[in-house]
Design a binder for this molecule. Structure first.
Ligand code: PLP
Length: 424
């Protein structure tokens, strides 16, 4: 049942050639008319997308034709949402939590989030600094809308989550990529960061642990960013959505540097930590005056996040955490297995990621581009994965594999990749 739903989700985002749902005459006519009648605003030409959904649709199309596919493309835990959280959501619906809530979120959830972030980041967060939104993504969108004018520059990680660059372009700002190199264990070079800062820099985006590399920014590197940001009063959007998916040491946020909590927006959420991608629940932590502005963006767009989802979120934070610990342990086993397997394949070099649930192997030794190899592996080996170039120009030469799949499937995938590459 879940598979059917995902199929439709990917399919909606896919243009017609690979569509699995036969278009009805009506839907075709509607589509056709829409194109003729609707002249899109120029800003739509600047909007990017997330390729994972397109590859998912392509892979589903192949599956529908009888090909066996192992899915390593989509960035979501393969585990179900823990039962206590589902139960809290169901109870909330049964108890009538089916109405609007305050735009910034219900107080019990904002209180729970404020305590959680105060504890885990060792800072003092007031519930008025919390804005609850449908997923982590809206915080990126809202922060950029609220802070950036046309022509402002935004420094963002590259390779990085593709929505950063898409949204920076969409709001009319200029994306300034900060290269994350394998030689720096997918962190950045501090001198390079300094060289990218200008009088126009309006925001620096950080993501640690990172998608797509699994890299974690060291305390020293965080301190370097803080140094630059404080000296020039540049706000930081710190995407900490994988903060609980960490395999070594303690999570560190840029807010650990005195002065930084006052100029940081922390983005975090429930999608990854509690396997709640479909519930749509995330949040931002920021200074109160900015929180009020972001809340206005919520009023203008979503009104509020679904009430029962927020109630489930209270249970997620305040309830037992064993499911999260078990999930991270399972991811660690899979990470070890996939990294060892990839490094045995000629032409592939893979670092051991410190967080999230992705590996980002270098494939330059195969002599093929990232996209060629991703397409080849899908067609020839039935492995759905992403070209590193989907994550920005500095992702060329790499592939991204999500190891949110069973150990059995990962072993099978490794064998198929090895065999397919031997036939290249
Ligand atoms: N930030 C990063 C780095 C991500 O990888 C993702 C999802 O893949 C998100 C944010 C968005 O998460 P959500 O599904 O909660 O909007």
């Amino acid at each position: 049942m879940i598979e059917d739903y995902r199929l439709q989700m990917g399919d909606n985002l896919q243009s017609s050639p690979l569509s699995l749902l036969p278009p009805t005459p009506n839907s075709k006519t509607f589509h056709h008319n829409k194109q003729n009648l609707m002249n899109l605003a120029t800003r739509m030409t600047r909007l990017g997308t997330e390729t994972a959904f397109e590859v998912l649709a392509k892979a589903k199309a192949l599956e529908a034709r009888g090909k066996e596919i192992i899915h390593l493309e989509i960035g979501e835990p393969d585990f179900d949402t823990p039962a206590n959280i589902v139960e809290a959501g169901v109870q909330a619906l049964q108890q009538g939590h089916t109405h609007y809530t305050p735009a910034s979120g219900i107080l019990p959830l904002r209180e729970a989030i404020a305590s959680e972030i105060s504890l885990t980041r060792n800072i003092s967060v007031h519930p008025d600094q919390v804005v609850v939104v449908p997923g982590g993504k809206p915080i990126m969108f809202f922060a950029l809308l609220a802070l950036c004018n046309a022509g402002d520059e935004v420094i963002y990680p590259n390779p990085g989550f593709p929505i950063y660059e898409s949204m920076i372009n969409f709001v009319g700002a200029k994306p300034v990529p900060l290269r994350l190199g394998m030689e720096n264990e997918f962190s950045f070079d501090a001198d390079e960061l300094r060289s990218l800062v200008s009088d126009k820099t309006k925001l620096i985006i950080l993501n640690s642990p990172a998608n797509p590399t699994g890299g974690v920014i060291s305390d020293e590197d965080l301190a370097q960013v803080a140094d630059v940001a404080l000296a020039r009063s540049i706000p930081v959007l710190s995407d900490e959505i994988y903060s609980r998916m960490l395999y070594d040491g303690e999570f560190a946020s840029i807010t650990a540097t005195p002065g930084m909590p006052e100029q940081t927006i922390i983005l975090d959420g429930f999608s990854k930590t509690y396997a709640m991608t479909g519930w749509r629940l995330g949040y931002g932590i920021m200074p109160v005056d900015l929180a009020q502005q972001i809340t206005k963006l919520m009023v203008n767009s979503n009104s509020c996040t679904a009430a029962f989802t927020q109630m489930a979120g209270v249970e997620a934070i305040t309830g037992p955490q064993e499911a999260v610990i078990d999930m991270v342990q399972a991811f660690r086993r899979r990470r070890d297995l996939i990294v060892a397997g990839l490094n045995e394949i000629p032409g592939i070099k893979c670092l051991m990621p410190k967080g999230a649930f992705y590996v980002f192997p270098n494939i330059e030794g195969t002599g093929r581009s990232s996209q060629e190899l991703a397409d080849y592996l899908l067609q020839e080996a039935g492995i759905a994965l992403l070209s590193g170039a989907c994550f920005g120009e500095y992702g060329e030469g790499f592939l991204r594999l999500s190891y949110a799949n069973s150990e059995e499937n990962l072993l099978k995938a490794l064998k198929l990749i090895k065999e397919a590459l031997a036939r290249l």
